[in-house]
Design a protein around this ligand. Structure first.
Ligand code: CO
Length: 150
């Protein structure tokens, strides 16, 4: 049940446009997409670094979890995403180990992923997200880029 990759590092920010400019133009990550995730009350930007992503999150409502996080902690590291082969299997594995889960079953994440969150109480203070890639295709970033333009 080993993660296959650090899928993404998620950072909560107040100004998404400014953060994208920094992570794209100064850090040099490749902007892959922006996506509004209404159910979570966030807008996210995904920037690729090799096979991993930086995920920038900003709240779209004042009562979303990311809005509450920013109120309490200010901007900064929000969660860590571990890429797994099967999110359902990973959830079962964590539960078998007695880990406290935020999500007891996988749910849809951004870009067609299937995700489940592990409570920071069990993960030494860091919110962990288990991420299963969409099964449609393993596209390279160039192909994803192409896909977005079509
Ligand atoms: Co995430």
């Amino acid at each position: 049940m080993q993660p296959t990759e650090i899928d993404h590092v998620a950072i909560a920010v107040l100004d998404l446009d400014a953060a994208i400019r920094y992570y794209r133009d100064t850090v040099g990550a490749t902007l892959i997409q922006r996506e509004l995730i209404e159910s979570d009350g966030v807008e996210e930007a995904l920037l690729a670094v090799a096979d991993s992503y930086i995920q920038l999150l900003t709240p779209t409502t004042t009562d979303s979890p990311v809005a509450r996080f920013l109120d309490r902690h200010g901007e900064g590291l929000h969660h860590l995403g571990f890429r797994v082969e099967s999110c359902a299997d990973a959830v079962k594995h964590y539960q078998d180990q007695g880990v406290t889960m935020v999500d007891l079953t996988p749910r849809p994440g951004s870009r067609g992923t299937s995700v489940a969150f592990v409570s920071p109480k069990s993960s030494f203070g860091t919110l962990i997200e288990l991420v299963e890639e969409p099964h449609t295709a393993h596209l390279s970033h160039d192909e994803v880029d192409q896909d977005l333009r079509n």
